[in-house]
Design a protein around this ligand. Structure first.
Ligand SMILES: NC(=O)c1ccc[n+]([C@@H]2O[C@H](COP(=O)([O-])OP(=O)(O)OC[C@H]3O[C@@H](n4cnc5c(N)ncnc54)[C@H](OP(=O)(O)O)[C@@H]3O)[C@@H](O)[C@H]2O)c1
Length: 235
């Protein structure tokens, strides 16, 4: 399989890449993130740990439509069939509507929604022609539940869930699966320095394990939603 993962140098994206990398079958794994050095270091590490895997990387900012198009062109030039697209890149800045800085919503919508929307649109013609593929959108519990410190982040994640639901309906006749992933808190770089005990919340590998499992069901089955929370519930 060929798997494209955005926001793949750290956190959940990294864990998803590792999970597919572990597979004895060996897959093509295509990674993106903004910081080229960190991305390159992770790609080399992954390739070294899992020699059967073909790891490729491309540094870009998926909040910028022109960079998304360049990334999509690069992917399409690889002449591969895209089996799995994980729209994972996102930015988490807590805040409240009444007090967050001006521009917070625009920034979060660009990073958490337009990124997935634009990359999906750029890759869909090829995927629809192949009549095959699986798109995962990394939503959040904040896509389902409003909370006082949610603000622009939660609004953008509600929008991403709306994108995912619409895409699911559209893609049914094209044999392309769409899954919305709604994780609660999982320990990643976003949480380092927060003072939260890593054992209180989930591991990035928990989210990766479910995405991996959902991508190997029979062609006639689609996991529409993956909702997972820490055992003790939300923070
Ligand atoms: N961790 C959680 O508790 C949790 C819960 C629910 C949902 N989520 C969602 O899961 C996703 C991943 O979160 P995470 O906690 O794994 O984050 P993270 O540890 O901060 O990692 C984010 C990754 O995305 C990349 N990235 C960020 N902005 C980008 C951009 N504009 N273009 C390209 N790459 C970008 C980062 O690399 P660069 O900085 O080099 O670009 C990094 O590789 C996000 O969508 C987040 O909202 C996380």
């Amino acid at each position: 399989m060929n798997i494209v993962i955005t926001g793949a140098s750290k956190g959940l994206g990294r864990a998803i890449a590792e999970k597919f990398g572990e597979d004895k079958q060996g897959h093509g794994i295509f990674l993106c993130a903004r910081n080229k050095e960190q991305l390159r270091a992770f790609a080399l590490e992954l390739q070294g740990r899992f020699p059967r895997t073909n790891v490729q990387y491309y540094a870009c900012d998926v909040s910028k439509p022109a960079e998304v198009q360049e990334f999509a062109n690069w992917l399409l030039q690889q002449n591969i069939r895209i089996d799995v697209l994980v729209n994972n890149a996102g930015q988490f800045i807590p805040g409240s509507v009444h007090s967050e800085p001006a521009g917070a919503l625009q920034q979060m919508i660009e990073t958490n929604l337009y990124s997935a929307y634009n990359l999906t649109r750029a890759l869909l013609p090829a995927m629809m022609q192949a009549a095959q593929g699986h798109i995962f959108n990394m939503c959040s519990i904040a896509s389902l539940q409003a909370y006082a410190n949610g603000g622009a982040y939660s609004i953008s994640k509600f929008a991403l869930a709306g994108f995912s639901k619409n895409l699911r309906e559209e893609m049914k006749p094209h044999n392309i699966k769409v899954t919305a992933v709604y994780p609660g808190a999982a320990y990643t770089d976003s949480w380092s320095g927060s003072g939260v005990d890593p054992k209180r919340i989930m591991e990035a590998a928990d989210v990766a394990a479910l995405i991996y499992a959902a991508s190997f069901l029979s062609p006639q089955a689609c996991v529409e939603d993956i909702i997972l929370r820490p055992q003790l519930g939300d923070l």
